[in-house]
Design a protein around this ligand. Structure first.
Ligand SMILES: NC(=O)c1ccc[n+]([C@@H]2O[C@H](COP(=O)([O-])OP(=O)(O)OC[C@H]3O[C@@H](n4cnc5c(N)ncnc54)[C@H](OP(=O)(O)O)[C@@H]3O)[C@@H](O)[C@H]2O)c1
Length: 334
């Protein structure tokens, strides 16, 4: 699937992008692996580590359609990971988030269509399901653009799908490195927003593996959701610092008590597979098989019950403190 292919990763210098590059270089022999992002310093630092002859580093902004179109010449596969993703920053600078996450998505789609790219997967987030903050709303709009793009493709070969998952353990600005910093500073307590708060939990490597696998599964138009364990934030704090007390500081604006990945309102077009869900499109694609209960890789799914919601509170799978401690040990903070 990836050998001898030209692959472009928007946001290739981010947490996800770097793990994706590491994984692709370890497992496959791509023809070209192109990193597309804005900041030259992040690219320079990444080049010190990843400098395989197949690698190309392109400075560019996803808001710049022409640059994207140039960068995608001869590209077979695109992973769209570039995004603004900090919830408070998005609330404060809404148009900046809209320009990168929505206009950027539109530009990625147009550049992929113009260059007859074969497959595009865009990364989404649980915050895009029933969004309550602007970041989530822009990612939902982006998801909708990528799904609908399969119609615009017409007779062209380009296919688009979305991967949606939850909190990445240890990613920049997330709770694990935040707690670790406070512990290292010798604080006597950890701030907890709400005693009942739960989150889905995924490692970067699991996220990368899921994205790569879905290139084989995708027909175009799916939102792929992995089945993940949930975590209670109080358990996380206990796992990281059993001796510290907890300060309940209250839920923050734009934050949910529990996250959703497959909303109940999407249940009538959601299919459950062994270890993932597919949310099928709400639109029919012209001249195509619109059955999303079977993947292109031949896996069969079942329609979920009407009203079924996949959320971090009702998830049957919760990590224990011991499992959390083991998982945290594998995580490299950035
Ligand atoms: N981290 C999580 O917990 C999580 C959970 C679910 C989903 N996701 C999704 O996963 C994706 C990757 O997240 P991440 O954790 O890897 O984020 P990250 O570490 O913040 O990396 C973001 C990447 O996007 C680039 N970028 C930002 N704005 C850009 C623009 N306008 N044009 C081109 N490149 C741009 C950044 O580089 P420059 O700043 O140099 O441009 C960087 O390479 C995002 O789509 C995010 O929504 C993340």
């Amino acid at each position: 699937m990836f050998d001898n292919k030209s692959i472009l990763i928007t946001g290739g210098t981010g947490s996800f992008g770097k793990m994706l590059v590491r994984t692709i270089l370890a497992r496959y022999k791509p023809k070209r692996l192109i990193i597309f992002s804005r900041d030259e310093l992040k690219q320079f630092e990444m080049q010190q580590i990843y400098n395989d002859p197949c690698m190309r580093y392109f400075i560019g902004d996803v808001r710049d359609a022409n640059r994207l179109t140039m960068a995608m010449r001869g590209v077979d596969i695109v992973v769209h990971a570039a995004a603004l993703k900090q919830v408070p920053a998005a609330e404060y600078n809404p148009m900046e988030c809209i320009k990168t996450n929505i206009h950027g998505a539109e530009n990625v789609i147009q550049a992929a269509l113009l260059n007859q790219v074969k497959k595009v997967i865009a990364l989404s987030t649980d915050k895009a399901a029933n969004p309550i903050n602007l970041y989530g709303a822009t990612k939902l709009a982006s998801d909708k653009l990528f799904v609908a793009a399969n119609n615009i493709a017409g007779q062209d070969p380009t296919r688009f799908a979305v991967v949606r998952y939850g909190n990445v353990v240890g990613s920049r600005g997330s709770v694990v490195p935040f707690f670790q910093k406070l512990i290292d500073q010798g604080k006597h307590s950890l701030p907890i927003t709400h005693a009942e708060m739960t989150r889905f939990w995924i490692t970067l490597q699991q996220g990368v593996d899921f994205v790569l696998r879905n290139f084989e599964r995708m027909k175009g138009g799916e939102i792929f959701v992995p089945k993940l364990p949930s975590v209670r934030i109080t358990e996380l704090a206990k796992a990281m610092a059993p001796e510290l007390s907890h300060d309940i500081i209250g839920i923050r604006p734009g934050e949910k008590l529990h996250e959703v990945m497959c909303p109940a309102d999407d249940s009538y077009h959601t299919f459950e597979f062994d270890d993932f869900f597919v949310i099928g499109p709400t639109i029919n694609f012209n001249n195509r098989n619109n059955d999303f209960s079977r993947t292109a890789a031949g896996e069969n799914g079942q329609a979920v019950a009407q009203g079924f919601e996949y959320n971090s509170r009702d998830n049957p799978d919760f990590l224990t403190i011991e499992q959390l401690m083991a998982l945290n040990k594998q995580v490299v903070f950035e």
